[in-house]
Write a protein that binds this ligand. Structure first.
Ligand SMILES: *Cc1c(COP(=O)(O)O)cnc(C)c1O
Length: 598
């Protein structure tokens, strides 16, 4: 790779002074709260030596004008927001996709609508960087930048960069996007005079940033072994996948064409080449193997997910890999401001967003009248947003304040079982009528998932054919962050029923709990972190159990004492899980363990 031209961000003076003190103070509070010493990372991480967070997807339309596809992007967006709140120097390296995808329905069938997106609105162009392929000696990429408090975003793009997750996981265009992000993104970071103290790879396809660093250190004069050891100590690989086999993998020809021309040092290429193994149609390589071999620490995104990954993933020698658990958390953008204030007033969370030592006792004093007031305001906010959106008939949605609202909001993926609640339409209809309840359903099938697109159509026709369901089931089109937040603050009951063992973490349930909703869920992902779990637990795959728990939830929501008791129990078990500050601190603990070992 090479730099074409560079005007840069003209220094990093946009950082407010306060950021410098807040981060060490947070690290002290976290260390004190969890009895660990993370002070070494506070000395290592500075404005010039930030944490580099590399991700193929970031989802934060309001903050960054970038729309993602799902949970992995939402997590990246929240990680940056939490870092900004805590004054942590963090640089996100991400693509800016010039095409944004939206969902529309025609005759209840999903069609994708594409919109052009341009970084000019919020970003400043920093310069141009080129990557190479065997055919093109230079593929020019535009680098855009933006500073938000102690954080920065460096975005890699070009007019033909394409959309997020196009085609197959193993296709040429995907590898191009991944190598462009890694090689050009790393070059841009260096052009800005930054030397990453630590690098977090948000999933394996970002591994080329680490390979670019390895290559750069060799070019600067380190031996391969020194460079490899240096990268290893700085690198954290965060995995979101459960089974190594479902990942994309690339063949030797693709690597020869797109990766090799960007590596300057023959030893680095030889190392990459040594990891290929025979598969169908010749030698192949999974990017997770590169990430596993190169990263000193690996993590999964919930306790259960880390355990499952530790048995499912193997290194180059075929040995099991250990994944630490850092359960996802959420940023405050998902929580009603009045709820955050109430938690602080009650002494449930501290000024950094960490649960206090005495949060469990403090929750016992939860004032139900305040909760009801906050929920009422949340309902109005939800209705305000739903007034601008469309249901399956193209109409805006309005849920009266007197009615109970239940939601299911997540990608329309098979393992999340959006169909489970419809397995007995009569039973669902009876529940909705008896409890004056409305069901808000939202979520898009993946554009390539023909099976789930047909399933969505089938469900919408079924709902249409049933008088009660037609009135009380609202499919909100084009699920996005605004709808996610609206339902989190304005509905009363949330349904989350992934097939146990298949949800990496899930964060929607956290948004629900933080806003005083009653959760009905299978014990999977981050929900399984708490022991004992205190939501209304659905037996895996048992629709009967789902209906019984919905009934229970509807009764709880209608009764002040029962609601108060249930919310206290939920938050006593999950307040630490939900906390984005806790998540950031946990990551700092992993980095500290790297710097402390020799
Ligand atoms: C919160 C959120 C997600 C993540 O949802 P999970 O399925 O619970 O991980 C995905 N998409 C949007 C738009 C969200 O707001």
């Amino acid at each position: 790779m090479s730099t074409i031209e560079w005007s840069g961000s003209r220094g990093v003076s946009e950082y407010p002074e306060v950021a410098d003190e807040r981060f060490p103070a947070f690290l002290y509070a976290y260390g004190d709260r969890y009895d660990v010493d993370v002070s070494t990372v506070g000395e290592t991480i500075t404005r010039q030596k930030p944490i580099l967070y590399v991700t193929m997807e970031i989802y934060d339309k309001a903050g960054l004008d970038i729309k993602g596809g799902g949970g992995l992007g939402v997590l990246a967006g929240d990680t940056r927001r939490v870092a900004e709140d805590l004054g942590a120097p963090l640089v996100v390296v991400t693509p800016f996709y010039p095409i944004e995808s939206h969902q529309e329905l025609t005759h209840f069938f999903q069609v994708e609508r594409h919109e052009a997106a341009h970084p000019d609105k919020l970003y400043r162009r920093l310069g141009g960087v080129a990557v190479r392929t065997t055919i093109d000696s230079e593929v020019p990429l535009d680098i855009y930048g933006r500073t938000l408090g102690s954080t920065r975003v460096i975005a890699v793009t070009e007019p033909h960069f394409g959309e997020l997750y196009p085609g197959s996981n193993s296709g040429d265009h995907r590898l191009y996007q991944e190598m462009a992000l890694g090689f050009a993104g790393y070059e841009a970071v260096r052009n800005e005079g930054l030397e990453p103290a630590f690098i977090q790879l948000n999933e394996a396809p970002t591994v080329f940033a680490a390979i670019a660093m390895l290559d750069d250190l060799c070019t600067q004069g380190m031996t391969f072994d020194e460079a490899f050891g240096t990268v290893k100590k700085k690198l954290l690989y965060t995995n979101h996948t459960l089974v190594q086999a479902v990942e994309g993998e690339f063949n030797k020809g693709q690597f020869e064409h797109m990766i090799r021309p960007n590596i300057a040092n023959p030893e680095v290429w030889e190392w990459v080449e040594s990891l290929f193994s025979d598969g169908d149609g010749g030698e192949r390589l999974r990017l997770s193997l590169l990430a596993i071999e190169l990263a000193g620490v690996k993590s999964g995104v919930s306790e259960l997910h880390a355990r499952v990954s530790s048995t499912n993933f193997h290194d180059a020698k075929g040995e099991a890999v250990h994944f630490e658990a850092v359960t996802n958390g959420i940023s405050d953008k998902w929580i009603m401001r009045d709820a955050v204030e109430l938690y602080e007033e009650m002494g449930v969370r501290d000024e950094y967003g960490l649960p206090t030592r005495e949060y469990e006792e403090r929750l016992e004093g939860l004032p139900i009248d305040r909760v009801r007031t906050i929920r009422m305001a949340g309902r109005r906010e939800m209705n305000r947003i739903l007034a601008t959106r469309q249901d399956q008939y193209g109409n805006p949605v309005f849920i009266p304040e007197s009615a109970t609202a239940m939601d299911f909001k997540r990608r329309f993926a098979e393992y999340k079982r959006p169909d489970m609640i419809f397995s007995d339409p009569q039973r669902l209809a009876a529940l909705l009528e008896q409890h004056d309840m409305h069901f808000l359903l939202t979520g898009k099938p993946h554009p390539n998932d023909e099976g789930m697109k047909r399933e969505l159509t089938r469900l919408l026709y079924m709902i249409d054919s049933h008088n009660t369901l037609r009135e009380r089931v609202h499919y909100v089109q084009d699920y996005d962050e605004d709808i996610g937040r609206a339902l989190s603050v304005g509905a009363d009951i949330a349904v989350n029923v992934p097939r146990v063992g298949e949800e990496a973490c899930g964060t929607s349930f956290m948004k629900d709990m933080a806003n005083f909703k009653v959760l009905v869920s299978t014990l999977d992902g981050g929900v399984a972190d708490a022991d004992p779990a205190t939501c209304l637990i659905v037996e895996d795959g048992n629709a009967q159990s789902l209906y019984e728990n919905i009934e229970k939830a509807a009764r709880i929501v209608a009764d002040d004492d029962a609601l108060r008791t249930q919310l206290i129990r939920q938050l006593q078990a999950y307040a630490p899980v939900i906390s984005g500050a806790r998540m950031l601190g946990d990551y700092m603990k992993l980095f500290a363990s790297q710097t402390n070992q020799r």
